[in-house]
Design a protein around this ligand. Structure first.
Ligand SMILES: [Zn+2]
Length: 448
């Protein structure tokens, strides 16, 4: 394997120097020798991982903690044929039981190595501290999905783009424009389709994508012309809480106010799923060196606090919706919806300037595991925010939501659909669905 690894040495600064780096203005007394303890990572690592390190660390976590950690393989291999991997973390992780989900990914940009390190270190932290009462409670109430290296090809070559020279954070379809590195078409890249799959097949209350190197936490929209997102107060609250953990110099703001782009992950993610979608960018203070020490070791404690904010928001029932009821034990419940979304208008091959449409299909499922058939499913609200990007162009400053129910099916494990229901449920709401027909027919031999 080609390894573009510039930091192969075990990197340790003298203790006093570390204490000074850590303090950010706090009083330290290195001369006395009583300096603050060096920051350490949950893994104990002192240097950047290679791709092989990421893969073996995740495999080992899953093997050693099968009730807490489940490996996942994303469906699309990269342009150069590499596999993109992640892990799910929760108490009783193997049960597909409807807990709210926090999706946390790193390294859309392959040269932003701290973003992958911070993402995997947080996962290890949760697993290693799963018996701590505070962490245990969060892992009882929520599921965390971690993909530390989205752009695997870019990472092994230590460059921003993937192997088709596409910027992975310009290729998502909503509002897409043919910018110089946005890819040949919306969703042309396997890496962006992987993340779309991840978010389309789970009910992610919160989605965080980790980057370097600015001190900001960003939320939709990406373009000023789009106008504010419908959930701006909620997005700003989460982004502010995350930014506050990173430190007083970090700002929380709409992405468009930082700089305008199109085709980023958070825009599609929010407008398709209504999950609270943020981009967390970390960077050392101005003038400080950008090293493993400053960007990973010295940043991790703040990152931990930031991600715990995101996880607490995920677990908060005010930030998602609940569908509950009784179904036959061993039934599979599925929630789907399908809708058209649009790029920005751009010059098409036929010479006209118009948007391209694409279909987003959300489909997630839950296994009814309780002997009494009771289930409780934390889902995103059925009311979907209307995006600025429409069939007839950019129509900004929208305030409405589509009244577009979840289609709930109650199925046998073999996929036979026994009942279909339409469910409208708003943020913070709880609705009970009546699945009597499914219960009646579940064990009948003459159906299906
Ligand atoms: Zn980036």
């Amino acid at each position: 394997m080609i390894d573009a690894h510039p930091f192969r040495w075990k990197h340790r600064l003298p203790t006093a120097a570390v204490a000074l780096t850590l303090s950010l203005g706090a009083v330290v007394a290195p001369a006395t020798g009583a300096a603050a303890a060096e920051p350490t990572l949950p893994s104990g690592n002192t240097a950047y991982r290679t791709l092989a390190d990421y893969e073996s660390d995740m495999a080992e976590l899953a093997a050693q903690h099968p009730t807490l950690v489940k490996p996942i393989t994303l469906p699309y291999k990269t342009t150069s044929g590499r596999t993109v991997r992640g892990i799910e973390i929760s108490n009783n992780v193997q049960a597909n039981d409807g807990k709210p989900v926090f999706v946390d990914v790193g390294m859309h940009h392959g040269n932003e190595w701290p973003s992958g390190e911070l993402t995997l270190e947080f996962a290890i932290d949760l697993v290693e501290n799963a018996r701590d009462p505070y962490i245990a409670d969060l892992l009882d109430r929520a599921r965390v999905v971690v993909v530390p290296v989205v752009n695997v090809d870019g990472f092994v070559r230590n460059r921003r783009q993937n192997d088709t020279n596409t910027d992975m954070n310009r290729n998502y379809g909503l509002g897409w424009l043919p910018l110089s590195s946005a890819g040949a078409a919306p969703w042309s890249e396997p890496e962006s389709r992987n993340i779309a799959w991840l978010l389309s097949t789970r009910q992610a209350t919160v989605f965080n994508t980790q980057h370097t190197c600015i001190q900001v936490v960003l939320y939709p929209p990406l373009q000023l012309a789009a106008g504010p997102a419908q959930d701006t107060p909620r997005l700003h609250r989460l982004a502010s809480a995350v930014a506050a953990q990173y430190g007083p110099t970090y700002r929380a703001l709409p992405s468009a106010e930082d700089y305008e782009t199109t085709g980023e992950a958070i825009d599609w993610a929010y407008y398709a799923t209504r999950g609270l979608s943020i981009t967390s960018e970390t960077c050392p203070n101005a003038g400080a060196a950008r090293t493993y020490q400053t960007q990973v070791l010295d940043t991790y404690a703040a990152h931990r606090g930031a991600m715990l904010e995101a996880l607490e928001t995920t677990a908060d029932s005010a930030e998602h919706a609940i569908i509950e009821g009784k179904a036959p034990k061993d039934a599979v419940l599925r929630l789907t919806k399908s809708f058209e979304m649009y790029t920005s208008p751009y010059a098409q091959p036929d010479g006209s300037v118009r948007p391209t449409s694409f279909t987003t299909t959300l489909s997630s499922d839950l296994d009814v595991v309780q002997p009494n058939g009771k289930f409780r499913w934390a889902v995103n609200p059925s009311y979907r925010p209307a995006p600025a990007y429409q069939a007839d162009g950019v129509r900004g400053n929208r305030t409405g939501f589509y009244t577009e129910p979840w289609i709930l099916t109650c199925e046998r494990p073999d996929g036979t659909v026994l009942q279909t229901a339409r469910v409208n449920v708003d943020l913070g709401e709880r609705v009970e669905v009546d699945l009597q027909q499914c219960k009646r027919d579940f064990h009948r031999k003459d159906l299906g």
